[in-house]
Design a protein around this ligand. Structure first.
Ligand code: 5GP
Length: 203
């Protein structure tokens, strides 16, 4: 059984950097490329960062029940396709989902042993500073993002792990440690340990 890792964080928390580090450093992880109706930004690439589709196509896919979870975030649809789990299972990989708090809630309902991780900026001031530093957006847009972040952060208690991202190297190590520890949970590796235990049975 593949493990489903859910990573959520408001923008400016450093999530993308940590997720790319994780995918680079830990083997056998499959990133779930979401479907979205928002337009590509900067150098985002079709089918690599997202599957960019129209609202009409998204709604058709909802009607066909293709999504494991989906949500409307800031006026656009975002969703995780069901096929990601089959693909991960057949390849023997675990899955990493970068989804919002609504999606995380739906997924935990469907897959209770999914592992959820919330990435938290160390303080409101630092998050505000990061939002200023990385964007050329006007102050009112930044203020809106900060309000949205505060709203999302209120949900962090529903997550299994909260990673306070004060120092990127340390946070990357912790995220990697969470994945490795979850992979070693006895309940997840019963099949693997059974034959080992059998070799110790009294002859
Ligand atoms: P952005 O537009 O900045 O890439 O993403 C906006 C928000 O949508 C982020 O919080 C991101 O985690 C979330 N998101 C991305 N893909 C999905 C998805 O498939 N499902 C859900 N529920 N949220 C998603």
């Amino acid at each position: 059984m593949s493990i489903v890792f859910i990573v959520s964080a408001p923008s400016g928390s450093g999530k993308s950097t940590l997720v790319s580090r994780l995918l680079k450093d830990v083997p056998r992880l499959l990133f779930s490329v979401s479907y979205t109706t928002r337009a590509p930004r900067g150098n985002e690439r079709q089918d690599e960062d997202y599957h960019f589709i129209s609202r009409a196509e998204f709604e058709e896919r909802i009607a066909r029940d293709e999504f494991l979870e989906w949500a409307e975030v800031f006026g656009n649809y975002y969703g995780t396709h069901r096929e990601i789990l089959d693909r991960a299972r057949s390849e023997g990989f675990d899955v990493v989902l970068d989804i919002d708090v609504q999606g995380a809630r739906q997924l935990k309902g469907r897959i209770p042993d999914a592992v959820s991780i919330f990435i938290l900026a160390p303080s409101r001031e630092i998050l505000e500073q990061r939002l200023h530093d990385r964007s050329e957006d006007p102050p009112e847009v930044i203020a809106r993002r900060l309000r949205e972040a505060a709203e999302e952060i209120r949900n962090c208690r529903a997550y299994d792990y909260v990673l306070v991202n004060d120092e990127v190297e340390r946070s990357a190590d912790t995220l990697e440690a969470i994945v490795k520890a979850e992979r070693a949970r006895r309940t997840r590796i019963e099949e693997k340990i059974r034959p080992i235990l059998a070799t110790f049975e009294a002859k």
